[in-house]
Design a protein around this ligand. Structure first.
Ligand code: PLP
Length: 380
């Protein structure tokens, strides 16, 4: 079945008991054994749950992976993946990544003996020079949060294979509808399902997609051992969100391209970041490797932090809030919100300036969105 059909025909539908068309929510902590050592496939909901399993199988299919696992949050998914490493291992990560990922790598995991190098992943030589004898993993985010930088996956996977490094990609921004990293040879895909996969700003969740039996067994083991799993009800909500992922992503992109093009011509917008713009540095790679450019647009304003504050206060259709990927348009200030965990000098070195605003373009009428931006920019 094709992507749109897979997103809707999830699990066993209609269900075998009553013909229900919607997936059932197995809101249970535990399952009765038939006898010692004999279950009906499930024993305890931390280990596995039937509703969760439907979501996991769906995400695995959409990404073209071997299996998938779902977690309480995107960060729980990432934390679980990082346990595949051991003390003394070195990780090379993109430098402009989600702020919470940076905090996990910079402020949490080094205490357990993991070592990190952050760099811009757009140059083969730079990546190869950073590889050390103890390097085990490349951590990638494309398009990146919040600068929408694009990583050439063919190039990076080629390096990884040569040096036997595990590749992990955070595919939250693109979603499998626009980018299928496993087709490029990526080993593990992680998601914050909080964002586009769920799409309605009413769940926090995460996912990991595996590509080999060994990775599947290890991720499953750590999920159960560490208890980082998602709840049945949250899984059901994400499943419902995924049914409309293709139509939402198309519309997110259409609106985002219109917003980016509008801003690009505006005298108050110093710089506009959107991979769908021909002027974007990664445009050609994005065009080649993705089916679409996504729904996030970032911009730098002319009038510094005061300008940003006044702009964000004036917005009415875009809500000033963290997060992205929902049907509702959101605007946020990376320097004090999503990326506040990055020290100012690091942030500015990678290009996340104080005057940067990130827009998650939702599914509202495009004229209402551009008019909202217009009236907020007018006041600058
Ligand atoms: C939000 C986000 C995360 C973290 O996910 P949570 O569900 O908030 O824990 C990770 N990566 C990216 C790219 C994100 O946008």
């Amino acid at each position: 079945m094709r992507f749109e059909t897979t997103a809707i025909h999830t699990g066993d539908r209609p269900d075998r008991a009553f013909g229900a068309i919607s997936t059932s929510i197995y809101q249970t902590s535990t399952f009765a054994f038939e006898t010692i050592g004999k279950t009906r496939g499930y024993d305890y909901s931390r280990t596995a749950n039937p509703t969760r399993k439907v979501l996991e199988d769906t995400i695995a299919q959409l990404e073209g992976g071997k299996a998938a696992f779902t977690f309480a949050t995107g960060m729980a998914a990432e934390t679980t993946v990082m346990h595949l490493l051991k003390t003394g291992d070195h990780v090379i990560s993109g430098d402009d990544i989600y702020g919470g990922t940076y905090r996990l790598f910079q402020d949490v995991l080094p205490a357990f003996g993991l070592e990190f190098t952050f760099l811009r992943m757009d140059n083969r030589k730079r990546i190869e020079e950073a590889i050390k004898p103890n390097t085990r993993m490349l951590w990638l985010e494309t398009p990146s949060n919040p600068l929408l930088n694009i990583i050439d996956l063919e190039m990076v996977v080629d390096i990884a294979k040569k040096h036997k490094l595990l590749t992990v990609i955070d595919n939250t921004f693109a979603t499998p509808y626009f980018l299928r990293p496993i087709e490029y040879g990526i080993d593990l895909v992680v998601h914050s399902t909080t964002k586009y996969l769920n799409g309605h700003c009413d769940v926090v969740g995460g996912a990991v997609v595996t590509t080999t039996d060994e990775l599947t067994q290890r991720v499953q083991f750590y999920l159960n051992a560490m208890g980082t799993c998602a709840s049945p009800f949250d899984c059901w909500l994400v499943l419902r969100g995924i049914e409309t992922l293709p139509v939402r992503m198309k519309r997110h992109e259409e609106n985002a391209l219109a917003v980016a093009s509008y801003l690009k011509g505006h005298p108050k917008a110093k710089r506009v970041f959107y991979p769908g713009l021909e002027s974007h540095k990664g445009h050609e790679i994005a065009r080649r490797q993705m089916k679409g450019f996504g729904g996030v647009v970032s911009l730098e304003l002319e009038d510094g932090i005061e300008g940003v504050n006044s702009f964000l206060r004036k917005l009415k259709v875009f809500f000033l809030a963290e997060s992205l990927g929902g049907i509702t348009s959101l605007a946020e200030h990376p320097a004090t919100m999503s990326h506040a965990s990055m020290p100012k000098d690091y942030r500015e070195r990678v290009g996340i300036m104080d005057e940067l605003v990130r827009l998650s373009v939702g599914l509202e009428n495009i004229d209402d969105l551009t008019e909202d931006l217009e009236q907020a920019l007018e006041h600058l």
